[in-house]
Design a protein around this ligand. Structure first.
Ligand SMILES: Nc1nc2c(ncn2[C@@H]2O[C@H](COP(=O)(O)OP(=O)(O)OP(=O)(O)O)[C@@H](O)[C@H]2O)c(=O)[nH]1
Ligand SMILES: [Mg+2]
Length: 358
């Protein structure tokens, strides 16, 4: 994992282009220099691809499967991802910036509104939007034929369609289908709602459909040189990933509700020669939540710290010491100023948000 780098790591790929040209000359001695470019490898492609959809449909998991590293936190809990993040993906002949986004949902609190605005704003300027929708768990064909996408999914589609970017529908979690025949009515229902550029059924768990998805994405990227070094995995500094990895462990150790009241701030990240030294604070919303996160004899916070330390080390490839404190920032999920201090900076005001009825 690397700290954020400036755009412009093009040298390696420019060199590859020349090598391709030379190989074509060897294979076909009649080619002159001008024809060489046309007959050598196809032009390199580069573009931005937003990964969108309702919470929990498998956006972060799919991004990780494509990039090949667990850089985006994925859990079984909805609304895990809170901020947009770039994952840099290098399929053959192309580089795509996959933008992981929070799930589009009916937002109520300031934090939820921030999350939805992140998803919509991140999809505005991209070359392609992937709309992910998980296949329904369907009992039989009659059920499949009655099935319709739910209102939150269709509201999300409407908001994304308003951005006028090409949208590719990715049906996720097809490993859960009992019968392949159940897929057809689901595809038909979705296809009636929007002129998707393609519909690709996938499973990040089994790998099914990922090669087809790769071909569909790469074919839609514009020509262009890569903008990131080939070994760069994300646009975020390790400090940001560290806070996400601590947050991932909150989902593992704190039950179903409390992680949504928590924010993690990395107070210090020292890269040492042998090991990294990281200091993190977990902020909760209420005084009563603090002792739960700490646990009896600090057992819970210690377990969180140990597990997060292992995750950080796995990503950096170096040992790390992690110290975790627990503090209170009263009602921070409802207060944009407190949110900004915890790293969730101001909302883009012109982004449409669907409000949940109070
Ligand atoms: N069976 C199955 N489960 C999957 C697949 N892809 C993801 N999941 C599971 O779905 C759950 C949600 O995955 P995430 O990748 O966190 O989903 P997300 O869309 O990023 O969720 P949010 O960030 O909360 O919006 C996790 O438990 C994943 O393991 C898949 O292909 N098959
Ligand atoms: Mg996610």
């Amino acid at each position: 994992m690397h700290e954020r780098r400036a755009h412009g790591g093009v040298a390696a790929h420019a060199a590859d282009g020349h090598r391709g040209c030379a190989a074509a000359r060897v294979a076909s001695p009649r080619l002159d220099g001008q024809n060489c470019a046309a007959l050598s490898e196809p032009e390199h492609r580069f573009g931005f691809v937003a990964v969108c959809g309702r919470p929990n449909v498998g956006k972060s998991t799919l991004l990780n499967a494509l990039v090949g590293e667990p850089i985006a936190v994925a859990t079984r809990h909805p609304q895990t991802t809170r901020e947009a993040m770039f994952g840099i993906w290098n399929p053959p002949g192309a580089q795509a910036v996959l933008v992981d986004t929070p799930g589009i949902h009916r937002a109520r609190s300031a934090l939820n509104r921030f999350m939805v605005s992140q998803a919509i704003a991140a999809s505005r300027e991209v070359d392609l939007v992937l709309l992910l929708a998980d296949v329904p768990v369907i009992a039989d064909l009659a059920h499949a034929q009655r099935w319709e996408p739910g209102p939150v999914a269709t509201e999300g589609l409407t908001a994304l369609a308003a951005l006028s970017r090409p949208i590719l529908l990715v049906l996720t979690k097809v490993d859960r289908l009992r019968e392949p025949a159940h897929l057809l009515p689901v595809v038909a229902r979705w296809s009636a709602l929007h002129p998707f550029v393609a519909v690709v059924p996938t499973s990040a768990t089994t790998g099914e459909g990922l090669a087809a998805l790769q071909a569909e994405i790469v074919g839609r990227l514009p020509p262009g040189p890569p903008q990131f070094e080939p070994d760069q995995l994300s646009d975020r500094p390790m400090r940001w990933h560290a806070s996400e990895l601590v947050r991932a462990e909150l989902f593992e150790h704190l039950g179903d509700e409390l992680p949504y009241s928590c924010a993690v701030v990395i107070e210090a990240y020292h890269e040492g020669k042998q090991r990294d030294r990281v200091e993190a604070t977990i902020y909760v919303e209420r005084d009563s939540q603090r002792p739960i996160v700490i646990g009896k004899g600090a057992r819970v916070v210690k377990a969180i710290s140990m597990a997060a330390r292992a995750r950080i080390s796995a990503l950096t490839g170096r040992p790390c010491d992690l110290r975790v404190r627990v503090d209170v920032s009263a009602d921070w999920t409802k207060d944009p100023e407190r949110m900004a201090r915890l790293g969730y900076a101001a909302l883009a005001t012109d982004v449409p948000i669907f409000e949940e009825a109070p």
